[in-house]
Structures are given as structure tokens and as C-alpha cells.
Design a protein around this ligand. Sequence first.
Ligand code: F6R
Length: 361
Amino acid sequence: GKGAYDHYMLKEINTQPTALKQTIEGRLDVEDATVDIEDFDRGTFSEFDRVQFVACGTSYHAALYGSKLLDDVGVDSTAYRANEYDTNTGPACPDTLVVAVTQSGETADTLKAMRYAEADGATTLAVTNVVGSTAAREADHSMFIRAGPEIGVAATKTFSSQVVSLALLSRQFAMDFPDASPRADFDELAEALARLPSDVETVLDQSNARTIANRYVNDDAFFFIGRDLGFPVAKEGALKFKEITYQHAEGFTSGRLKHGPLALVTPSTPLFAIVTGRHNEKTLTNAKEAKSRGAPIVLVTDDPDAHSDLADVGLEVPSTHPLLEGLLANVQLQLLAYHAADQLGRSIDKPRNLAKSVTVE
Ligand code: F6R
């Protein structure tokens, strides 16, 4: 049940430290900086040249995040929205590993993309929360994210556990893929992964997201911008916000703001800028452009003091490895969406028109 929480969503946000511990448990050796994922012996993925991710909604944002983690170890990868996979890519081929990211393992669009890839001779891997789901049964390989059951329609802890699963997989791929060039030093990432549950705990304990949600909730529209790993976080922040508050929200790469959306920016359109990890200079420049049009600027950052001239207010996160700070930013945005929806009295666990798994194409 929900226990002491008003909603499953809030419970699921708050139990992310435990969910993440389960995701990592027994799979990460910090001392040796290696991973050991059940069923994947060293070399399991040694015949592949590239990865294609297929996923929908929140899982697509996790796939975008994962694709950037693979970039970092020199593995060629692209994330596709599963519903557009067949029209956006040529046929997959035997040297392509197609990774379906799907919490439920039952999303029709994702299953269809997997089957399409399989028909082309690709090998498939399902990254899913549900053992025995269709995706897990049909894929050549599976990795379970072990987040525990998620009841709220809005995906929260499964996003975090998917991203961490993909971070672990990035290490497996770096060791297996013949063309990988492990640029990244996994030692530091491994340590940061091990610390992540307690960093999330810190965010949960100290978050001011409720105050910020209450301040802006009745404004006209909500923009979320970020670059690099901040981009999937901006997309996910906007998706979560719109689906449970029913307020208009959009997330895009920072640089897109000036090519159209800026026309909508007013003192009643708060801008949430993800300034975590790396490559933040342009995001800060773009946030300044919005500020000069009067938009309130909320910076999600590990260093609020550095930007006190720009930000009206900050959503702070602990400093950690640049590849993982985005995950902490995302927890702040989950809380923001939750408290905004709560303030508006929305049906948080069952938003209108949405179902937990979408089993039609
Ligand atoms: C958003 C949400 C949806 C799902 C999407 C894919 O909060 O829950 O966008 O992420 O329908 O679902 P799965 O991961 O089950 O394939």
C-alpha cells in the first residue's frame, strides 16, 4: 500500500534510494571497477558494432540518457522513439544490438520495434522492470532493473533505475564491444554509482521543490532546458510536469529556445534550466535570454552560489560524477511536478486519459 504517503507517486519518489540499491546490488564491484550482470558473461556483446535504443515516453528519456553514457565509452548508439523506429532507421543488421527500454515490458510500440529489428536479424536486449513480461520473453537477452512494482501512472523510480542499469551496461559494453574506446575512467563512476542512493536521499531530505511549485503553479506555461545529459532530464521534467498537473510544459535543448519558443516567454512562464554535469555554458546564456524577457529562472544546479545573479531561485543537488548529476536533477523535477499537481488537487496516481501501460499502437 501507500503507507504513510498520500500518493503512490510520492512513495515511489521517496523509495528511490532503496530501488537504486536493488538495481546495483551484486552487480558493481567498486574496488575493481567492474560489473557483473547475471547472465552476461564477459564477451556476451562482443560481436556488435553499435546500439539502437527503442523506447517510449519516460523510458525513451532514460534511453537518451543511456545513449550519452555509451558515447562516453566510445560505443556508437542512437535512441529512437519506438513508434518512429521503422520509419527513422534503415533495417537493423546482425551487428546491431537493439536495446528495448520498457518498465512494463508490455508497451505495444516498443514490442513492435523489437519485432521489426528481430526480423532484420538484429539481436535484442530488454531492459525492464517486469520479469516474465512480453519484452523479457521475446528478447534474446534481458536485464531487470529491480526497482520493485511501480503503481503510480507517472514513472519515477523506474526512470532512475533504468538509467543506473544503462550505466552498468555501459561498463559491460565498454569491456565487450570490439570498437569501444573506454575514454571514461570507470573508477570514479563506480564510486559515484555506489554513493548515488545516499545522494538521492540528500535531495529528498533537503528539497525546496514544494515551495517553488507553490510559487509558480498557476503560471501560463513551463519550459525546461538542458544540454548533453541535461537534455533528457529537461524532456523528462516537462513530461512529468504536464502529465500530472495538466499545465503546459515543454522540454528541449537549450539552444532551441531562441528559434521559436522564445516568442512564448513572459513573466508568467518560468524557465527551469538544468545546470548539472558538463557543457552548461550555452544553457546559462539561453537562460539569460529568457530572464531578459522577464521569465522567472529556476536553476537546477550543484552550485547555486556561482549563478546567484541569474537565478530567481535554485533547486540544489549534491555534487557528484558529471554523468550522474542529471539523475539527481531529475529527482528534484519529480518532486516539483508532484507538489504542483498536489497543489492543484489533481488525480496524481491516475492522471486523466493515461494508463500505466499502453498496449495499443
Ligand atoms: C510517463 C510514463 C509513460 C511511459 C511509457 C513507456 O510517466 O509513464 O511515458 O514511460 O508509456 O512505458 P514502458 O516503460 O512501460 O514501456
